[in-house]
Design a protein around this ligand. Structure first.
Ligand SMILES: NC(=O)c1ccc[n+]([C@@H]2O[C@H](COP(=O)([O-])OP(=O)(O)OC[C@H]3O[C@@H](n4cnc5c(N)ncnc54)[C@H](OP(=O)(O)O)[C@@H]3O)[C@@H](O)[C@H]2O)c1
Length: 128
């Protein structure tokens, strides 16, 4: 876990109404971040490209929305009413015929642009 994350989520300092959008919860890093956010009392909205995968996780986000980050038109509502956006989306073992540029760069850029459009207060934790 990075120092930035510790600054963002000081023990005992979590505001329960802080709402976090987390992309990548079905992955290794995203799963740990979700657990930590929940432990500290944050409201977690999970987004992912397969709703059934989001529901299969042992970690229960407060809400889950199916979104394909490679398709900007599916992102329209995902950043509404969140304070912070965190993304750990990236290709590791996925074999979808997509390139690192498509996912690590462009998919995250699509989410970043949507978050800026929706005036999300904190993008400082946006991870690539
Ligand atoms: N783990 C580490 O120690 C570590 C260290 C340094 C850097 N990183 C980098 O951090 C990122 C995340 O690592 P990780 O270990 O958590 O990887 P991971 O377990 O493979 O998780 C990747 C996440 O990205 C999502 N994703 C992949 N392709 C996608 C696409 N086309 N559209 C939407 N979502 C997509 C996956 O969703 P699906 O479930 O839908 O596939 C999953 O939630 C990677 O870029 C990795 O290189 C990881």
């Amino acid at each position: 876990m990075t120092d930035d994350f510790k600054i963002f989520a000081q023990p005992g300092n979590a505001d329960p109404i802080q709402r976090v959008l987390l992309a990548g919860i079905t992955g290794y890093l995203g799963g740990f971040i979700a657990l930590e956010l929940q432990k500290r009392g944050y409201y977690v909205r999970a987004i992912g490209r397969h709703l059934e995968r989001l529901k299969r996780r042992p970690i229960c986000a407060d809400e889950a929305i199916e979104v394909d980050l490679t398709k900007p038109d599916t992102l329209e509502h995902c950043c509404k009413n969140v304070d912070t956006v965190i993304s750990t989306v990236g290709i590791t073992r996925q074999k979808d015929g997509l390139s690192y540029k498509d996912v690590d760069y462009q998919a995250n850029m699509n989410l970043l642009q949507q978050a800026i459009h929706d005036n999300v207060k904190s993008l400082s934790m946006f991870l690539f």
